[in-house]
Design a protein around this ligand. Structure first.
Ligand SMILES: NC(=O)c1ccc[n+]([C@@H]2O[C@H](COP(=O)([O-])OP(=O)(O)OC[C@H]3O[C@@H](n4cnc5c(N)ncnc54)[C@H](OP(=O)(O)O)[C@@H]3O)[C@@H](O)[C@H]2O)c1
Length: 236
């Protein structure tokens, strides 16, 4: 595990599921962690449970002003931003015929817009550290497409392209930008519950481990993409 003492990490969508596991593991590695989601009460509760070095700031990542404020408040209270994990996201799974224009816009605005807004706000601070890292939580749905995936597949496929283009834009400024693409994970996603009894999916901690391992690489090496699959998925 890397020693992240003195580093400041923002994790969007970190009151549940994958984001919360990432916040916990970054905190355990010594980082100061900003916990965030749309729900202020959950943000406060998760930050409190993490303890010292955790700060809760509510933010809907589809709102550019809220993303800027998330970064500004982090810098004013913790002094810097070293790591941004763009995790907040959700899925709408509908055939194009049933997908409304509002649903399409919301899917793209959260899953892609949120990454853009938070990254744009954080980049000057990440570059100022001389060793910044943006980790985007994508999905294998970004390259394996399915019926009902018009909106979600588009958002996650777009995220792969966006990650690589951003990486090329900022690599000379000492900021690494990467994507982690998990398969199915046991979380609240799609309305599932962690007690749904399925044993084959990944656990949120498996994805968090990939984040922490990315951060363990020396500054001169850039693991830019991880595809993480359940070892033995249920036969479909
Ligand atoms: N679970 C899977 O099988 C799976 C597989 C591959 C990739 N992923 C990706 O992993 C990421 C996390 O998914 P998860 O499974 O951990 O989901 P989850 O259990 O539903 O948790 C989502 C978290 O994001 C927050 N959130 C949702 N919309 C938000 C918004 N607009 N702004 C800020 N925060 C928001 C939620 O809190 P509030 O609702 O209170 O805001 C919650 O903290 C997503 O990007 C998802 O696409 C998931």
């Amino acid at each position: 595990m890397p020693n992240l003492t003195g580093k400041v990490a923002i994790v969007t969508g970190s009151t549940k599921g994958i984001g919360r596991a990432i916040a916990e593991q970054l905190h355990a590695a010594g980082a100061s962690v900003v916990v965030s989601s749309r729900t202020a009460a959950d943000v406060a509760a998760v930050a409190k449970r993490l303890g010292p070095r955790a700060l809760g700031i509510a933010c809907d990542v589809a709102d550019p002003t809220a993303c800027q404020s998330l970064v500004d408040q982090t810098v004013s209270r913790l002094g810097r931003v070293d790591i941004l994990v763009n995790n907040a996201g959700f899925g709408i799974f509908k055939s194009i015929a049933d997908l409304t224009i509002d649903e399409w816009r919301r899917q793209i605005d959260v899953n892609l817009g949120g990454v853009f807004y938070c990254s744009k706000a954080a980049l000057p601070h990440l570059a100022a550290t001389g060793d910044g890292f943006i980790i985007n939580i994508g999905s294998l749905a970004g390259r394996n497409y399915f019926a009902g995936g018009t909106a979600y597949n588009a958002s996650k496929a777009g995220l792969i392209g966006m990650t690589e283009a951003m990486m090329l834009d900022v690599r000379q400024q000492n900021v690494r930008v990467s994507v982690i693409m998990p398969g199915s994970v046991n979380t609240w996603f799609r309305g599932a519950t962690q007690s749904s009894g399925r044993s084959w999916p990944l656990e949120a901690d498996d994805v968090a481990l990939a984040v922490v391992q990315m951060l363990d690489y020396p500054k001169g090496a850039h693991p830019s993409r991880i595809e993480l699959r359940p070892s033995r998925p249920e036969k479909g």
